[in-house]
Write a protein that binds this ligand. Structure first.
Ligand code: PEP
Ligand code: MG
Length: 754
């Protein structure tokens, strides 16, 4: 049952043309359940369900029968949002006669809704002539299928429209994702695929088989050369019978074997990657099903071989696509490495198919000041290549190949945004203070090389968070101590006389190191940040030594420890910092040079540590609140998971109350505190934080001018009046409404597009 279900869903997912996918679906379900009719209806924007495919009803009705959301049994299933199982459908009061579908011969009816994120996408039905209620097994099969199909069918219209674009015709459409970074940009989709797993390849047709064939031959040639090299290198270490595997691989690639099949598939219209996937999976599955353990193993060989050819195919494909003038980078997960590969002046926006509002890809986009849309993984990657795109980072929307009138409208919005930015920037040199003279420290969050290039050191109060993991991520191995010293020196030198808060390596979660993969069920609750580095003192000590050595001659280093959840971690980190200080001081002995003392602080981002603030204040010099993680851990919502994105909100009253208490407590303890999470860079966020009493904020460079401009227009007394209202709110929505009303009263709302 399970494998039948999986196959049915896979077939739908892999067929690029929606109508064909649904036609295949209904026939497969009909066969699997041994019933007489299966149909599928999908919802449209006009509150109708349209019959999209049927095996059993009048095929001519497909595409032309529309049933209102409140009409007939189909509408009833949609309204009730649960299966309806009837022995005599025509006797049900909601039954509506639809002569065009010719269903008089059927009596039994089982309809099941297809629901994605609380939205009914469609209805799946089975029908039979016999007067009987469908069994519980049949019902649960259809329910399970509906659940699995939902994520495949969401954005189905879009899939439908873009699937016709395999011939690169112009198509239009709108996709809804999550707003990752504000702003609007127009550019061309440029896909980057780091992974080359067959599971990630979606099947696609081509209109140029000759070109695909030549790409395939080229990949085979490179793979064969690779085998020759491998065989030669291994010949000294492996016995002759083991080396024979390379001959087998060579033979498999020959035309008479797999090669032949793949060529035939390409002639059939499949692109090279798809043809390879289809053939490799077919043969591998055949071997997997064999009883003989030796032959079963050959399935693995076929996959390995296919994987190598695929890698070379992807390599040539990547080179084949020219970098457009205005790049909208599209990837499953946008990484710092990908960003580093695209010249900054060409990169206009980011689309990350995975991830959510405060994923690090979104934070990087905000740091670069470019819009980002997240969490659009229903549309396979290949659809994005070379597409003209409008990326609306305010609303989390993408418009594909928009009409000229729409393009013109968005161009206007882009120039309005540019005017607003210029307005904010015109005050960047002025003091960061409220209209009544209350002073703030505004610092920048940095880590990407570009942050240092674009920041305005003379107009800010230092670097409030330097994420050291980014320079680690863009390398292919751990940077040496000397490399780190050089890097940190450059960073410290940009801020003479001002503090630079360098955070020790915070990898894990959604920031994996390519050369140190960590595979965990719950990465955000796992081996992340200080937990990993304390387990690897050799990494931690090298980094601390490098920071301390870089600080010689600058004296502005502050060390920040991420992901502290327990005081013992602070003790252990302090012990290692002391050890590293002794080591560096030892090296300096006999010279005139003094080792400056670095302040040490802790990120408050795991809720537990908020309840140990007095102890913490006795151990370290300062703390910095990471609202991104604090929100995720207080609300138990993965910041990287688009499914729960609507629950992830730093404006949640519980988060705000926690932040308020933290502020009061740190004031009572005279424990310096700053905010370095994304909330500080949001207009509404910074106003609420200032109302609570926070006055040190670190944020993305691109937000700084706007935040300074805003703070300069408010009086602290007005904010203090706003605070009780905010703290009494019951939902993030209410909080936002209060702040918006406040901004509106002050005539600031229109000048802060949000
Ligand atoms: C935070 O968690 O708020 C933070 C600033 O750290 P990061 O976003 O890098 O996890
Ligand atoms: Mg964090």
């Amino acid at each position: 049952m399970l494998s039948q279900l999986r196959r049915i869903v896979q077939d739908v997912a892999q067929e690029p043309v929606l109508n064909k996918a649904l036609a295949g679906l209904v026939s497969n379900v009909k066969r699997a359940l041994n019933t007489e009719c299966c149909s599928v209806y999908l919802a449209d924007y006009q509150q109708h369900f349209t019959l999209m495919a049927t095996d059993g009803l009048n095929p001519e009705a497909v595409g032309s029968i529309s049933i209102g959301f409140s009409e007939g049994l189909i509408g009833w299933v949609g309204q009730r949002e649960e299966p309806i199982n009837l022995a005599q459908a025509h006797l049900h009061p909601r039954f509506k006669v639809t002569p065009e579908v010719s269903e008089e011969k059927f009596s039994a009816f089982l309809g099941c809704p297809i629901i994605h994120h609380r939205k009914v996408l469609g209805v799946l039905t089975i029908q039979q002539g016999e007067n009987r209620v469908f069994s519980e097994d049949e019902e649960s099969f259809l329910v399970t299928l509906g659940v699995q199909l939902a994520s495949v069918l969401v954005n189905a219209e879009m899939r439908q429209s873009v699937s016709q674009s395999s011939t690169q015709q112009k198509v239009t459409g709108q996709l809804q994702g999550l707003p990752g970074a504000p702003g609007i940009a127009i550019g061309e989709g440029y896909v980057m695929e780091p992974s080359s797993d067959f599971d990630d390849i979606s099947l696609r047709k081509t209109d140029d088989p000759e070109k695909e064939l030549s790409r395939f031959y080229k990949a085979v040639k490179i793979t064969k050369a690779e085998f020759n090299r491998l065989a030669e290198r291994m010949s000294a270490h492996l016995p002759a019978d083991a080396l024979a595997i390379f001959d087998v691989y060579h033979q498999l690639l020959e035309a008479a074997s797999l090669g032949d099949e793949i060529e035939a598939q390409i002639h059939d219209g499949w692109c090279a990657k798809s043809a390879l996937k289809r053939v490799v999976e077919k043969f591998a599955r055949q071997f997997d099903d064999m009883d003989d353990p030796y032959l079963r193993e050959r399935g693995t060989d076929i996959r390995d071989l296919g994987q190598r050819v695929l890698n070379h195919l992807l390599d040539t494909e990547q080179r084949h696509h020219k970098l457009p003038e205005k790049v909208v980078l599209v990837a499953e997960n946008v990484t710092a490495t990908m960003l580093a590969e695209i010249p900054r002046h060409q990169l206009v926006a980011i689309v990350s198919l995975k991830g959510s509002v405060n994923s690090h890809a979104a934070i990087m986009a905000r740091a670069l000041g470019i819009p980002a849309v997240m969490g659009l993984d229903e549309l396979p990657l290949f659809h994005w290549q070379e597409q003209l795109l409008i990326v609306d980072g305010y609303r989390g929307q993408i418009l594909m190949a928009p009409a000229d009138a729409i393009l013109a409208e968005y161009q206007t919005l882009i120039s309005e945004d540019a005017q607003l930015s210029a307005q904010y920037l015109s005050e960047i040199h002025l003091p960061a203070q409220s209209a009544c003279g209350g002073r703030f420290s505004l610092m920048v969050n940095a880590g990407l090389a570009i942050d240092l290039e674009t920041s305005h050191p003379s107009h800010t109060d230092g670097i409030g968070l330097y994420r050291t993991e980014y320079p680690f991520i863009v390398r292919t191995r751990f940077p040496t101590e000397a490399e780190q010293v050089e890097l940190y020196k450059t960073v410290l030198a940009t801020q003479p006389g001002k503090g630079v808060v360098m955070r020790t390596l915070d990898v894990g979660g959604d920031k994996p190191l390519p050369y140190f993969p960590i595979s965990e069920e719950n990465p955000f609750l796992g081996w992340r940040g200080i937990r990993m580095t304390l387990d690897h003192p050799e990494i931690f000590l090298v980094q601390i030594r490098a920071m301390l050595r870089a600080n010689i001659g600058h004296g502005n280093l502050h060390i920040l420890l991420p992901m502290i959840s327990d005081l013992s971690e602070v003790d252990e980190a302090l012990r290692l910092i002391k050890q590293a200080s002794f080591e560096v001081a030892d090296e300096l002995e006999g010279s005139e040079i003094q080792l400056p003392k670095a302040k040490v602080g802790v990120m408050v981002e795991v809720p537990s540590i908020m309840y140990q603030l007095p102890e913490l204040a006795r151990k370290v010099d300062f703390c910095s609140v990471g609202t991104n993680d604090l929100t995720q851990y207080l609300l138990a919502v993965d910041r990287n998971n688009p499914r729960v994105a609507s629950l992830y909100d730093a404006m949640h009253p519980a988060v705000l109350r926690a932040l308020h208490q933290l502020c009061l407590q740190s004031q009572a303890l005279q424990f310096p505190v700053s905010i370095c999470g994304e909330l500080a860079g949001e207009p509404a966020g910074v106003l609420i934080l200032a109302a609570m009493g926070y006055d040190k904020f670190s944020m993305n460079n691109s937000n700084l001018a706007k935040i300074k401009w805003l703070l300069r227009r408010v009086h602290l007394s007005e904010l203090q009046l706003l605070l009780p209202e905010i703290l009494a709110c019951q939902s993030p929505k209410q909080v936002r409404q209060h702040v918006q009303r406040f901004l509106d009263q002050k005539h600031l709302l229109n000048q802060l597009r949000a």
